[in-house]
Design a protein around this ligand. Structure first.
Ligand code: PEP
Ligand code: MG
Length: 539
């Protein structure tokens, strides 16, 4: 038995076979090869494999998302077979006697740059596709295994690191736990694990090369421990813990159907955070009163082009209809920093957390923003929707947003498309927003405090940097005073205020938040009943 200690992202115990998720080295090295023919042969085999994989993906997408969305995989097949693309790769292998991986990487880069520089928008968008195909081809040349989620038995996923876009693409029903060698406890991947109610550890010092798929492993989320080949006593202990966890869940289930009211009669709204339409199931299972944060950007991740108005409208409408009149707060696109969207082609940034993200992108890329707003306003007819804008730092930004919303309303009216105007609120997640919260409150319907970013920006700590995890302290007195200031600012103008950052789920602070005057807490679905029980038990 081997024991490793990491950092806990989400408590809970899991036992099962391990599945190592290997990723292609992003840096492909140039190597000299002696046998050119054998190298071309290797390329041909990888090409056939890639072509077949794209065919399988097409069939799967056809079933799940329809013909229009599936068509992209057929386009990828055509691009893979394109003569110019193939000739260029072969030419490099033969003339420069280099390895196939290197020839594909260079050709992929060149073709991608060529597409990106074209006038036509459709052709520009192909830049990402050619990169995607080249990466898949390289991955097959390296012998990387493509994950077949359907064939996999429920497993504990172990990886070097996981990006939010990789995480959203996974089949959650097959994941018993997540374990990563790198990664921070405050990243969006960690947040996703909490949302999915899956035990998770990060910063576990594992040697992935030595890890064999299928080996029995054990994750103890509470103690932040990972065991390889646990002995019988460890397994028995873990099973006992799982039993206790199930009993605890059973106890909390008694709070289903109850309101979250303190003994003295103060009602707090306890809502849930989600990232995808399918997460609504967790919201219902845990009897949340509403959705306090739908991170809509997850609809934009793990794909090769923007979701269009119809796709977004369907997603938002579905959530609203499933929630049947309960409040649903959808946050507009908050990409940037760790939530990368390659297909928008933004330049590399040295300091992305403080960079081009969220509302800053939306105010500049008006078309992208307007598409989302149109979908939201149209969907608002189907339930109790509120819109929330992220990363606000000034009143001026709010007023500019309202101008764009007005344009969208006028356009919908001109086109005779039915819509409704939802409530509009903002995230308070920058120190600037806290300091001017009183002024901001005059212009919006509600506030939701994003303690994850507020902690990052107040303490000057990159939430992605796992080395700084022990300095990242959302309990810092500065953060608590800022929360108080925000609540006071909102209440002065009769507006309600909630917390949707991870601190909102910290049971050791629930009582303090209620004393501070908080009106709403929006937490991972699995935390809803715990928070409710705490509120019901307090004076
Ligand atoms: C926050 O910053 O607290 C928040 C809720 O938003 P996100 O974690 O998605 O940045
Ligand atoms: Mg945030």
């Amino acid at each position: 038995m081997e024991k490793y200690i990491g950092k806990s992202v989400y408590k809970g115990t899991a036992i099962g076979p391990v599945r190592v998720l290997k990723k292609t080295e992003s840096l492909v090295k140039r190597k000299h090869i002696d046998d050119v023919e054998a190298e071309v042969d290797r390329l041909d085999k990888a090409k056939t494999l890639t072509y077949d994989q794209l065919g399988t993906l097409y069939e799967k997408a056809l079933q799940e998302v329809g013909e229009t969305n599936a068509a992209i995989f057929e386009v990828h097949q055509m691009m893979l077979e394109d003569d110019d693309y193939q000739d260029s790769i072969r030419g490099m292998i033969q003339n420069e006697e280099v390895n196939a991986e290197y020839a594909v990487a260079v050709t992929g880069d060149n073709f991608s740059k060529m597409f990106a520089s074209m006038e036509d928008e459709y052709m520009q968008a192909r830049a990402v596709d050619v990169k995607d195909i080249s990466n898949r081809l390289i991955s097959n040349l390296c012998g990387d295994e493509q994950f077949d989620w359907d064939a996999m038995e429920p497993s504990i996923i172990v990886a070097d690191d996981l990006t939010p876009s990789e995480t959203v693409q996974m089949d959650k029903s097959k994941i018993l736990a997540f374990v990563t060698v790198h990664g921070s406890t405050n990243s969006h991947t960690a947040i996703l694990a909490r949302m999915m109610n899956i035990p998770a550890l990060v910063s576990v010092p594992l040697d992935l090369e030595r890890m064999q798929n299928g080996t029995q492993v054990l994750v103890d989320g509470k103690e932040a421990c990972f065991y390889v080949n646990p002995d019988d006593s460890m397994i028995n202990l873990a099973r006992e813990k799982q039993k206790q966890e199930a009993e605890q869940r059973q106890l909390l289930a008694n709070y289903k159907g109850k309101a979250s009211i303190t003994k003295s009669g103060r009602k707090i709204h306890v809502y849930a955070n989600i990232g995808n339409v399918s997460d609504v199931a967790y919201v219902m299972e845990n009897d949340a009163e509403g959705i306090g944060l739908f991170r809509s950007e997850f609809l934009y991740l793990g794909r090769t082009s923007l979701p269009d108005e119809t796709e977004q409208f369907h997603a938002y409408r579905q959530v609203l209809q499933m929630m049947a009149g309960k409040k649903v707060i959808i946050r507009t696109l908050d990409i940037g920093a760790d939530k990368n969207v390659d297909y928008l082609g933004f330049d590399h940034e040295d300091n992305p957390a403080m960079g081009y993200r969220a509302i800053r992108i939306c105010l500049e890329q008006k078309d992208v923003f307007k598409t989302q707003l149109r979908a939201l306003l149209r969907a608002a007819k189907y339930g109790n929707l509120s819109i929330m804008y992220p990363m606000i730092t000034s009143v001026d930004e709010v007023l500019r947003i309202y101008e764009i919303v007005d344009e969208v309303k006028q356009e919908l009216e001109q086109e005779n498309i039915p819509y409704e105007m939802p409530e509009q609120g903002i995230m308070i997640e920058t120190p600037a927003a806290v300091m001017i919260s009183e002024e901001l409150a005059e212009h919006v319907d509600f506030f939701s405090i994003g303690t994850n970013d507020l902690t990052q920006y107040t303490l000057a700590i990159d939430r992605q940097n796992s080395r700084l995890d022990r300095f990242y302290n959302p309990h810092h007195e500065a953060i608590l005073r800022m929360i108080q200031m925000t609540i006071d600012g909102a209440h002065k103008h009769g507006k309600w205020v909630g917390i949707c950052g991870e601190l909102g789920a910290d049971l050791s602070f629930t009582e303090r938040f209620v004393q501070m005057g908080i009106d709403e807490l929006s937490v991972a679905p699995s935390m809803v009943l715990g928070i409710r029980s705490k509120i019901c038990e307090m004076e």
